[in-house]
Design a protein. Structure first.
Length: 250
């Protein structure tokens, strides 16, 4: 108890406790990737290429001590989330949605990983809109990674696929008619515009810039737009003008 008190924020608070355990740099990205599935140490390093190896080892040790992560006894060098760790899923999804409001343009060297795509589609999924649509599979290729999202009613099953994908649990794939499969080649900014509906992606028929239809058609693209959407958080009305007025007064 004394050790935690000296290292903590000195507050008896749920938020303080949570940040003490998962607020260190890289910790929540490790949790995000483990939400997609169990990962070996090398898998986590490959998905987070900028994390130093010693920091990854430290974060994993800290997350284990906090009861968030545990070793997978059947996978050598493998890690998975505990029940406590999986309870962070709504937190990660909420952060994903919030982050889209500040996403901007990709900086030099920034990558889109398969686990990041899985998380983004999960955050964007609109089960109420999907409930009345036919079972559909959406296959997205972004750079070197590919994911498959199968939507059946209000249920979403999304996983990395292709030669470079990590082994996934067996999927109970429902019957999807060939005419209900949409395959897209997508640039990172094209994916952003398609999901957020900005820069005319919804107003203009057809794919936005950076999105190419490989299989399927415009009707399926519109179905994707109805099924997946993250609405950016807009500033309060008049906030921009008020900020400008304050600047001029200063």
């Amino acid at each position: 108890m004394a050790t935690r008190a000296t290292r903590g924020f000195g507050q008896y608070s749920g938020v303080a406790r949570a940040v003490e355990r998962v607020g260190e740099r890289w910790a929540l990205l490790i949790v995000r990737d483990l939400l997609v599935g169990a990962r070996r140490y090398g898998d986590l390093k490959a998905g987070l290429p900028r994390i130093p190896t010693n920091i990854l080892a430290d974060r994993l040790k800290e997350l284990q001590e906090a009861g968030v992560v545990r070793r997978v006894p059947t996978v050598r060098g493998g890690y998975e989330l505990t029940e406590l760790g999986r309870a962070l899923e709504p937190v990660v999804v909420a952060l994903e949605r919030w982050g889209w409001s500040t996403l901007g343009e990709p900086a030099e060297g920034e990558l889109v990983t398969a686990d990041a795509l899985v998380t983004a589609l999960g955050a964007a999924f609109k089960p109420d809109a999907a409930a009345s649509l036919p079972p559909t599979e959406y296959v997205l290729h972004v750079g070197d990674v590919s994911i498959s999202a199968i939507v059946t009613g209000r249920h979403l099953d999304v996983a990395p696929v292709g030669p470079g994908a990590l082994p996934q649990p067996r999927r109970a794939i429902p019957d999807v008619a060939p005419e209900d499969v949409l395959e897209l080649a997508v640039e990172p900014t094209g994916f952003r515009d398609l999901v957020s509906g900005v820069r005319g992606a919804v107003a203009v028929k057809g794919p936005p810039s950076g999105v190419a239809i490989l299989d399927g058609g415009s009707a399926l693209l519109e179905r994707f737009r109805l099924t997946f959407r993250i609405d950016p958080i807009a500033p309060p009305t008049g906030a921009a003008s008020e900020a400008g007025d304050a600047a001029s007064v200063a």
